[in-house]
Every structure is written in structure tokens, then in C-alpha cells.
Design a binder for this molecule. Structure first.
Ligand code: ATP
Ligand code: MG
Length: 669
């Protein structure tokens, strides 16, 4: 099996594979090391990744980005309505409790949930990876998620992976993946008494994340994290777009914002300009036929850009401050600041972050590929395929989780809630809760500080019913233990529940007799024991946990089937197009050869017959029927041509190759 790590980015994803030599970031079908995070619905088939980026210009209404921003969220979610909607051209709708899109696909209105969209995209990344690995199956994978992803978002990612036939060994926080890649390659990490504290900043397309990580030899611990979920390259592009749209109102008398296609073109131009400004003091903007046949052009100075994004720049230090506070460290204790993510190239951001810490920044991790690299290393650690240098990762979750329950009528003074996982709690982590109950009861898990969550995310995580509880043999309360676990994905589960009983046991206990000891405390005589009654808790019956969380498995099966159908359909569309092209090529190729190289090997009558068929096929191919036929129709026609063509080709080959072989023989003598 293969070892794969994927950085799922909002603008593009990066795929790493582990090989004996190390981790490689792989290139896709057009040799890019990043694949656009887009899914496009066409008239016949879907186009995903690079193909979606190509289709986007002409089909932007049915081309969807922001996949990771939507996954696991609801349609009503204010952040979806107020923020994401402005970045998405398709109509957003509710799909069975999750946000989704309504698109025109295969000449029909169809809806797909965000989980389905993510699954489609993951399927494409899976195929890209498989191709790179020579067709090997791809299953085990570590996927990155923003550190601020909640339970619902993480579960949706896991569902999407499952629909795509992947087996996620871990969902790994972006910054933790970067930290792992940093730590595991360093040979000079200090001993435990003198740890190294590194700040990791990831500023990407849509969000800005900060983690403060402590390193010692063979180990990293996340001490503090924070994020601005709505801060990234797309916001800078938006500021530029607003500026130029305003400028063009006067300059060209056009309202760019009234025309979606024009907005799309201008946005692309703004992103290009922004990138140029990272390395130059001034940059040009050129957008050909932006609308009404106008070629728009302008330019911008870096200072002007910085003025446009001033409100965003004001927000740079808040996450740094918050992460630092959580870590309990002072700025002096920071060893270095590692910058990753495409937007970490913006000079104004670099200046602000550097100024905050009073230190120069480090760019030793690959800005675009560090996360994918870290995920791949994590996958290698978790998979049996490779033996990886031991490196322990103590990750953490930002959000505290509390568990609540109804008081039992006959248990006085019982609390009805408990914060089980604290802010910055390590993941994975297991906690055991104890209850005194005579009958079944429910637990409800909630995020304890809803104000920390992405707006609109329900703080209620889920309900778990503990079943099979009965009074103990004395008719009294049973002691029930429930194991809560934040797993490797950062997802909450109640893993197991069981009753314990207090039993009195007779045990042999050693008697300590000070009078029988010498001055060293060694006993001069053989040790004596005596029987003593002790109380012990022993595990009795296992209880059942019914989780209200596990997604309706029939829905998942349904989505898997639907994905399978669409996948085969896409493949059929591609194969059909391929056979159609093959037919066309054969017609032209054979006809020209009949008049040329095949001439000496073909009888007049035979030639006439073959030519007639070639002409007939050509006519059909350009008829309405031939333009849009089934794969088998093209294959049948190809076969019919081959039936006449093959004998001629054979004779030609025989005659051409025999003398060649003979001359080669002569040469070798
Ligand atoms: P996210 O992490 O938010 O999910 P992502 O991982 O896809 O998104 P990255 O690949 O880290 O994002 O960065 C992409 C962003 O970086 C884009 O907005 C892009 O315009 C921006 N970017 C890339 N190169 C430069 C540059 N030279 N100067 C400024 N911005 C840049
Ligand atoms: Mg990213």
C-alpha cells in the first residue's frame, strides 16, 4: 500500500508520497505541483482540479471552489451566507442538513452537498496520486485540516474521504503538519531542559493560522494556537477588485460588478498583480475584453496596495498575541518564526509579524509544500510500510468540550456537567467519567465556549445514550465508567462504557516488621505475609453506547453509490471522446496512406472498397448522429475499418520490415 499526505488547500492542494529516498511532492496531469481545488459540472461530465480551472472561464456558474470552507457547515450558517457566498457563483442550498450547491449538470438541475463536492475532489487527487504511483491503489492517507475545524467539519471530511474510497489515518492540523516536517528533519534539537520554541504561521488563500510549538529531541508539543478564519489571499484580491471596479466606473464607464464574468476576469488579474507586488514596487494590471469589448488596464504601487488592505493588516497581531498568551511564553523565549502558505510572501504581512516578535522571520520550510510533506511523514509513521525515525507529536485542540447529563433522581448533589477537555487539550486524549446509575442515561457533548467557534457552528456536538445499565446485585446504583476520547482526527467519541463493582478480596500482603531489619533497612529474616481484606474495583459488564453522531449510514451509502455512478459516467464520457478521436484519426491516416505508402500493397478493388468505407465513416462522423454517438458506435466503426485496413497494413509492414531486418543482419556481421 502507498503512503500519501495531502494538504487540502482552499485554492489548491498539494500531494506528497513517501518513497524510500524520502517524501516527494508529485505533479499532476499538467505537471503542476498544486491542483486547483475546484469541481466543475459540465454538459456531459464533471471536470475536477486542473480541468475545472480550464472550464471555469466558460462555466463559472457551475464551477465550485471554497470546498473546505463549506464542508460540514449548514446552509443557514451566517459565515456561509455572509462570507462564503460572496466567493461562490453557484446557488447555495440546503442538502439534508448540510450546505450544498444547485448546479446545471448533464442538462439537469442537480444538488450536491459540500461533503459530496469534497469527495469528488478527493477522488481526483486519489487518481492523480495513483497515476504517479504507476496505477497502485491509494487508500491510506493523512489529510490536513485547519486547526480551527470543529467536530462537524472533521467528521464531514472523514465522510468525504470515505466516499472517495480513502482511508484517512489521521486528520492533521495544518500547522502541526508543518511543525512535524520541521522537527523530524532537524538533527540539532535540544534536550528537554532547554527546549526550542518555534512559531508557525500559515497564511493561505482563506485563513491565517498560528501555532507555537515546543521542540526537544524526538518530540514536539503544541503549546498554543490561534487563527483568523477569514484572513488570506482571497481577501487581498477582493480589496484589489473593489478598488479597480471603482476606478473602471470612471475610467471606462463600466460597472464590473454587474457582470459575473467581468468580476471573474478582474479577480484573476488582481491576483496576478498582487503576486507581482510581492517582489516589485509597482505592478501593471491588464484585463483583455473585461466587458463590452473593453481591454482594461491600470497599475498599482505597493504602498497603494498596503493602504487598500490596511483594515486586514490591523488584524495581523491578534492571533499572534492569543497564541503566545496560550503558550505561556514570552516573546524572548521564541527561537524562530517559520512562515508558510502562499500569502506569507506579502511584504506588509512579513513586516508586521516580524515587528510583533522583534525578530527576523525564517523561511526554511517550503512555503507551498511544508504541510503536504508533514502529512506524508505522519502517514509514513502510522503505516507499516515504512520505518520512520521516532518523533512524538503532542497536538492539541483549541476548543474545550463539556459533557452534560440529567441528574439521577436518587443521586444527591451530583453535578450535571463537566468540562472534559480543556482548551488546548492534547489530542489524542482519553478521559474516564464515573456515574452512579440504576438505569440507562444520556450524555450530551457541547463545545464549552461557543464564542470561540466559527460563527454559526452549533456548539452542540451530539448525544450519546448509555444502554444496558441496571442496579447492582444489592439493588443499589451501579458504578458506570464512560470513556470519552478525542481521537487522532480531533473528533470526539465515547469509546466504551462498562460497570465496575467494588468487591472485597482477600489478598496476601507483606508484613513490614521494623524490628527484624538491620541498619540498612534490609530484613534479616524471610518476609512474612498475612491475609488481609481489600476493596477493589473490578470491571463487570460492558454497556452499549448509542451515538447520535454517527452519520446516517444509509445516507453515506447513497452518496457513495451516486459518486460511483458519476465516476463511471465521467470515465465513459472520456473513453467515448477518445474512441471518437481515434475514429477520426484513423480515417485521415488511412486515406492518406492509401495514396502513398500502401500503394504497392493494395489491389484496385480492395482500395476502392476501403476508400468507400472510409468516406462513409467520415460522412457519418460529421452527421448529427456521429457527432454525439455512444462509445460502442465508435468502436464498431473503428473495427469495421480495421477489418479492411489490417490486411493492407500487415502486407506493408512485412515488406518494409523484412529488408530492414536483413540490412541490420548484414551490419552486425
Ligand atoms: P488555505 O490554506 O487558506 O486553505 P491554500 O492552502 O490553498 O489555502 P496557499 O496555497 O498557501 O493557500 O496560498 C495561496 C494564496 O497565496 C493565494 O491567495 C495566492 O494568491 C497567494 N499567493 C501565492 N503567491 C503569492 C505571492 N507571490 N504574493 C502574494 N500572494 C501570493
Ligand atoms: Mg493552506
Amino acid at each position: 500500500s502507498s503512503v500519501v499526505g495531502i494538504d487540502i488547500g482552499n485554492s489548491s492542494s498539494k500531494i506528497g508520497v513517501a518513497r524510500a529516498r524520502g517524501v516527494d511532492i508529485i505533479a499532476n496531469e499538467v505537471s503542476n505541483r498544486q491542483t486547483p481545488s475546484l469541481v466543475s459540472f459540465g454538459q456531459k461530465a464533471r471536470a475536477i482540479g486542473e480541468a475545472a480551472a480550464t472550464a471555469q472561464t466558460s462555466n463559472f456558474k457551475n464551477t465550485i471552489g471554497s470546498l473546505k470552507r463549506l464542508v460540514g457547515r449548514t446552509f443557514q450558517d451566517p459565515e456561509v451566507q455572509e462570507v462564503e457566498k460572496t466567493f461562490i457563483n453557484a446557488e447555495l442550498v440546503d442538502v439534508k442538513g448540510e450546505v450544498g450547491v444547485k448546479v446545471r449538470f448533464a442538462n439537469e438541475q442537480q444538488v450536491f452537498s459540500a461533503t459530496q463536492l469534497m469527495a469528488m475532489y478527493l477522488g481526483k487527487l486519489r487518481d492523480t496520486t495513483s497515476k504517479e504511483l504507476g496505477g497502485a491503489g491509494v487508500s491510506d492517507v493523512v489529510l490536513s485540516t485547519p486547526l480551527w475545524f470543529t467536530d462537524a467539519q472533521r467528521r464531514a471530511m472523514l465522510d468525504a474521504a470515505e466516499i472517495a474510497g480513502l482511508n484517512p489515518l489521521r486528520l492533521m492540523n495544518d500547522t502541526t503538519a508543518t511543525a512535524l516536517g520541521y522537527g523530524i528533519t532537524k538533527t540539532d534539537l535540544p534536550e528537554a531542559d532547554n527546549p526550542r520554541n518555534v512559531v508557525f504561521c500559515d497564511i493561505g488563500h482563506s485563513s491565517y493560522q498560528v501555532a507555537i510549538v515546543q521542540f526537544i529531541k524526538g518530540q514536539l508539543t503544541v503549546l498554543g494556537t490561534s487563527a483568523d478564519r477569514n484572513f488570506g489571499g482571497r481577501d487581498f484580491d477582493r480589496a484589489l477588485l473593489d478598488h479597480f471596479a471603482e476606478e473602471f466606473k470612471g475610467k471606462y464607464k463600466i460597472d464590473v460588478k454587474s457582470n459575473q464574468k467581468a468580476v471573474f476576469r478582474l479577480a484573476a488579474g488582481c491576483e496576478r498583480l498582487k503576486k507581482v507586488l510581492s517582489a516589485n514596487a509597482v505592478a501593471p494590471l491588464n484585463v483583455e475584453s473585461i466587458m463590452e469589448d473593453i481591454d482594461a488596464s491600470s497599475q498599482l504601487k505597493r504602498e497603494e496596495f498596503e493602504a487598500l488592505i490596511a483594515p486586514l493588516l490591523e488584524r495581523v497581531s491578534a492571533p499572534l498575541e492569543a497564541a503566545l498568551t496560550q503558550s505561556g511564553l514570552t516573546k524572548d523565549e521564541i527561537h524562530s518564526i517559520e512562515m508558510v502558505g502562499g500569502s506569507s510572501r506579502v511584504p506588509a504581512l512579513k513586516e508586521r509579524i516580524s515587528a510583533f516578535f522583534g525578530k527576523p522571520l525564517s523561511f526554511t520550510s517550503n512555503q507551498d509544500e511544508a504541510i503536504a510533506r508533514g502529512c506524508t511523514l505522519a502517514c509514513a509513521t502510522l503505516s507499516p510500510v515504512f520505518r520512520v525515525r521516532d518523533f512524538t507529536v503532542h497536538d492539541s485542540t483549541p476548543y474545550p468540550i463539556k459533557v452534560t447529563w440529567q441528574p439521577a433522581p436518587d443521586v444527591p448533589d451530583e453535578d450535571t456537567e463537566l468540562v472534559v477537555f480543556q482548551p488546548n487539550n492534547p489530542i489524542p486524549s482519553t478521559k474516564i467519567l464515573t456515574f452512579y446509575r440504576k438505569e440507562n442515561f444520556d450524555l450530551e457533548a457541547h463545545y464549552a465556549q461557543p464564542e470561540m467557534l466559527p460563527r454559526g457552528i452549533n456548539p452542540w456536538i451530539g448525544k450519546f445514550s448509555i444502554k444496558g445499565v441496571a442496579p447492582n446485585p444489592q439493588g443499589d446504583h451501579s458504578i458506570v465508567k464512560v470513556k470519552a476520547r478525542l481521537n487522532l482526527h480531533g473528533v470526539l467519541n465515547f469509546e466504551s462504557a462498562y460497570t465496575v463493582e467494588e468487591v472485597e478480596k482477600e489478598e496476601e500482603v507483606p508484613i513490614i516488621d521494623p524490628t527484624a531489619m538491620d541498619t540498612e533497612g534490609e530484613s534479616k529474616e524471610p518476609p512474612k505475609t498475612e491475609k488481609k481484606k481489600v476493596k477493589k474495583l473490578v470491571r463487570k459488564g460492558d454497556l452499549t453506547i448509542v451515538s447520535g453522531l454517527s452519520r446516517d449510514s444509509s445516507l453515506l451509502t447513497e452518496m457513495k453509490e451516486k459518486e460511483g455512478q458519476m465516476y463511471s459516467n465521467d470515465k465513459l464520457v472520456i473513453d467515448t471522446e477518445d474512441r471518437k478521436n481515434a475514429l477520426e484519426e484513423t480515417i485521415y491516416d488511412q486515406r492518406s496512406k492509401l495514396d502513398d505508402r500502401y500503394r504497392p500493397y493494395v489491389q484496385a478493388e480492395e482500395k476502392e472498397k476501403y476508400l468507400a468505407l472510409l468516406n462513409e465513416q467520415e460522412e457519418w462522423l460529421y452527421s448529427e448522429e456521429g457527432e454525439d454517438a455512444t462509445k460502442s458506435a465508435y468502436v464498431e466503426r473503428l473495427e469495421a475499418l480495421n477489418k479492411l485496413g489490417k490486411p493492407i497494413q500487415f502486407r506493408y509492414k512485412e515488406n518494409e520490415e523484412r529488408p530492414k531486418a536483413a540490412s541490420q543482419l548484414r551490419e552486425s556481421i
